[in-house]
Write a protein that binds this ligand. Structure first.
Ligand SMILES: [Zn+2]
Length: 469
């Protein structure tokens, strides 16, 4: 028999006192006698399982895919609205991060998500990120695992659903071990039993539990573990106290051999260097945070550890340019914008030439750095700032070495993104609209932009130049 209190009847996402009311719901787990009479006494109504309680399915099979349908429907509803409005990639990314990714979080913190549902949710996010106004085909320029990497490692910081789900559920394992008297814990222990009195116990095993920062004692001292008398011995069996001093006595199957002495001495040195507080109760410690307390974020990081690369993320995301320009610079750094060589890699037959200089073949690095047209722009920039600079081979290296620290370099730091965006826009105008601008026009536009970045007004070009040098 379930008697529940608050019933959520509102359709809005925002909690308002008008949206909910209090009504007891009576629902039987199995047949309940006199349920109708009971309802009359309580003034509620009868419901049957499965039903919705606090927005969650109650009584449904927890592995069922159907329980995820409301989430998927909600996502599709959001997307249908957004798809009709013109949004830049930067805007789409913000919407995914702030809204789409957080929609399933409540469910993810309580249920293990079936892989097929996780893939469907990720596909919805992916298609929205790379999609256009309608349903026409669009290339997905960067693979999903790169996008889900942290920003510092070259990704966009989106979450992979399955590891995020595992990290959120990990919180329950932590709480199970620490919330000894919680009612939900007692229900689980009654139903399934509990091995060794849970994980939170004074019965920490010396050899096979991880109780020191060095890892398992068994792994650190394998030869001694082999001859230990009790492999399951607890720390308290080996440790005794003489006044305030620790006394360790490890029981072995036989006397030590000469070749085992070294390891035994190391083990003793290790044990006597440990700091053990005698009066403090044993507790679990999460090794991934300095506080020793569990954090979903740290567990997620652990589950999705990527190779640490030195991606020039500051040059991209911390320069004062619009979000869509930063997103474009990120694509350039990944070498994934749709230049002609990239189109050929995707199987398209296109003529290999450069729209800007009309000579060499078009690649990301040529277009942005080595093209004669681009070179003119870069030369002007170096003249303005009074620096001599040897351009690196790749845009990735350029972004790496360009950035300078401090507020005086706001304009300088915004230049690579602005120049590359301008070059790309010019290239596309030539490719699709047959309109050509002289490089001098581009230089003037760049000056105007950089003046805007610096938050100062530069009425004349010369004043701007003075301001930069
Ligand atoms: Zn060129």
């Amino acid at each position: 028999m379930i008697l529940s209190g608050v019933v959520w009847e509102g359709k809005s996402n925002f909690i308002s006192p008008l949206d909910c009311y209090y009504t007891p719901i009576c629902s039987g787990v199995g047949p309940v006698a006199d349920v109708e009479n009971l309802v009359q006494v309580l003034g509620g109504r009868v419901a049957s399982l499965p039903m919705k309680y606090l927005g969650l399915p109650l009584g449904a099979r927890y592995k069922s895919k159907e329980i995820w349908n409301p989430i998927l429907e909600k996502m599709e509803r959001c997307l249908a609205g957004w798809k009709r409005s013109y949004l830049s990639k930067g805007g789409r990314l913000t919407l995914i991060k702030n809204t789409l990714s957080s929609l399933p979080t409540y469910f993810l913190s309580l249920f293990a998500i079936p892989a097929s549902v996780a893939h469907r949710i990720e596909k919805l996010q992916r298609d929205f990120l790379w999609g256009g106004l309608g349903d026409e085909f669009k290339y997905h320029l960067v693979n999903w695992s790169t996008i889900c990497a942290p920003i510092q490692q070259g990704g966009l910081g989106l979450r992979q659903i399955i590891p995020f789900n595992q990290a959120l559920l990990g919180k329950w394992l932590w709480r199970f071990a620490n919330e000894r008297n919680a009612y939900w814990r007692q229900v689980i222990v009654c139903k399934y039993g509990c091995d060794r009195d849970g994980w939170h116990s004074k019965e920490v095993r010396f050899w096979v539990d991880r109780w020191s920062e060095e890892g398992l004692v068994r792994d650190a001292f394998p030869a001694i573990y082999q001859i230990a008398l009790h492999k399951q011995a607890t720390v308290s069996e080996y440790l005794s106290w003489h006044h305030e001093d620790m006394v360790w006595s490890i029981t072995l199957q036989r006397p030590l051999q000469d070749w085992e002495l070294r390891e035994y001495t190391d083990l003793m040195a290790f044990l006597y260097h440990l700091k053990i507080k005698r009066t403090v109760v044993d507790q679990l410690r999460w090794p991934c945070t300095t506080s020793g307390l569990f954090e979903v974020r740290s567990y997620y990081r652990l589950l999705t550890s990527h190779n640490t690369t030195h991606f020039p993320w500051r040059s991209i995301w911390q320069s004062h340019v619009p979000h869509k320009v930063a997103f474009f610079t990120w694509l350039v750094a990944q070498g994934k914008i749709l230049t002609l060589d990239n189109l050929r890699r995707r199987g398209l037959w296109v003529l290999d030439w450069c729209f800007l200089c009309k000579k060499a073949g078009e690649s990301v690095n040529h277009l942005m750095i080595h093209c004669e047209y681009a070179k003119e722009l870069w030369t002007m920039i170096f003249c303005l700032f009074g620096v001599s600079w040897v351009m690196p081979q790749t845009t990735y290296d350029l972004l790496h070495c360009w950035r300078r620290k401090g507020p005086a370099y706001v304009v300088w730091n915004a230049i690579p993104s602005s120049s590359m965006w301008l070059l790309w826009r010019e290239r596309n105008q030539r490719a699709f609209e047959d309109a050509e601008r002289h490089s001098a026009d581009l230089k003037l536009t760049l000056m105007e932009w950089t003046a805007a970045v610096s938050n100062r007004s530069f009425p004349f070009v010369f004043a701007f130049i003075d301001g930069c040098v």
